[in-house]
Write a protein that binds this ligand. Structure first.
Ligand SMILES: [Fe+2]
Ligand SMILES: [Fe+2]
Length: 379
């Protein structure tokens, strides 16, 4: 029996297996359940098979959001509402089958935000952690805890939990679009969401521009006598040129992973760990003609195509992608990536809740062993 068939079989025969609930409804039992409901109680055997699955069963489905479908709508939002009216002028990604809290996949939120030259949002802080990946335009910036950070195309930028932050575009810039990623659905499920607006609506810039890059951006060098005691990375901006160069260097000396080819994690330079306690991110390079094998793991992941073209097979469905498309991989869904170009590399930015899975000892991973490691492709 294949790994994929095995999943279905577990569902079909679970009532027959010792230790699983197997109680047929009867008038007497139904009356009993109703009676318990009056006291805000219930019979565990009536729900246990649903709340204790044999293996992870995501409420989300694989989705590809094509940039050519969404881009005009994102730009149009600037004609319809101002940043002041909207708070945050964002088109969010909605996994139709996902749980509540408007998730893009699992317990991850994501959206596409646009700003025009001269616009800015008010400063705020929240317990959700946030990140952004810059897609197009020039002159964008964030101010995070008094530090102005330039946002350039393909930069990856952090807004850690609790920081005061605001965004804008300098008057001489052009209309910008970036992808936001937050752990907001997770924070809401944990019922730990706080949000506040800055009392002055704007922050004063109190730090040198891009100070985090100046202090912490040099590879393998640590500044003397500079303290940092927060759990998130002291480096707020990870620039594209250095990231791409690192991937190329890694590719030069490595065969890469059979699943991901050349993948590097964005890290906290002090610890080597994930950039934030609840959100991690990576950039991977698929060399020309790379055909990845399928694996699956716990955790939810959202990809943005930074460069190149190819496809991914996720849970048996093929999704063809090109630059700026976004797709998601739900927890425990088999996935495999292919670069269809024989001459150009492809790069995929990815963020997800891997730090949460690892910290809570919930991370599991396995390769597909059937069919030489490739999924049959369905609809
Ligand atoms: Fe925010
Ligand atoms: Fe993976």
């Amino acid at each position: 029996m294949s790994q994929q068939e095995n999943t279905q079989s577990h569902d079909q025969c679970r009532e027959d297996i010792a230790g699983r609930a197997n109680v047929a409804d009867s008038p007497e039992l139904l009356a009993y359940y109703k009676e318990l409901e009056k006291y805000r109680a219930g019979a565990l055997w009536s729900i246990v098979n649903a709340i204790e699955p044999w293996q992870p069963k995501s409420a989300s489905v694989p989705v590809l959001w094509r940039y050519r479908d969404l881009r005009d709508h994102v730009l149009k939002s600037a004609d319809l509402v101002t940043p002041e009216e909207a708070g945050r002028r964002v088109v969010y990604l909605n996994n139709a089958e996902g749980p509540k809290f408007s998730t893009a996949v699992g317990l991850l939120y994501s959206g596409l935000q646009t700003m025009r030259p001269g616009e800015s949002s008010s400063a705020h802080a929240h317990t959700a952690s946030a990140l952004r990946f810059i897609m197009e335009g020039s002159g964008a910036y964030s101010i995070v805890d008094g530090q102005k950070i330039p946002l350039e195309v393909n930069d990856f930028v952090l807004t850690p939990n609790g920081t005061w932050h605001e965004h804008g575009v300098d008057p001489e810039g052009s209309q910008c679009i970036w992808q936001d990623g937050l752990d907001m659905p997770l924070v809401n499920v944990l019922e730990a969401g706080f949000y506040k607006v800055h009392p002055d609506l704007r922050q004063a810039v109190t730090e040198p521009v891009d100070a985090s890059v100046a202090l912490w951006g040099a590879p393998a060098l640590r500044p003397q006598n500079v303290g940092w005691d927060k759990p998130s990375s002291p480096l707020f901006r990870y620039q594209w040129a250095a990231t791409y160069e690192a991937l190329q260097q890694y590719a030069r000396v490595s065969e890469g992973s059979p699943f991901d080819d050349i993948l590097m994690y964005y890290t906290n330079p002090l610890t080597g760990g994930h950039v934030m306690p609840t959100l991690g991110a990576s950039m991977q390079l698929l060399r020309p003609g790379f055909i990845g094998k399928a694996h699956r793991h716990t955790g939810s992941f959202i990809y943005q195509v930074v460069k190149g073209q190819g496809y991914s097979v996720i849970d048996g469905q093929r999704f063809d992608w090109q630059e700026r498309d976004i797709f998601c991989v739900p927890s425990w869904a088999f996935h495999e990536h292919v670069n269809t170009s024989q001459t150009e590399d492809a790069c995929l930015f990815c963020f997800g809740d891997l730090p949460v899975m690892q910290a809570l000892q919930l991370y599991y991973e396995e390769a597909l062993t059937d069919n030489d490691g490739h999924q049959p492709v369905g609809g």
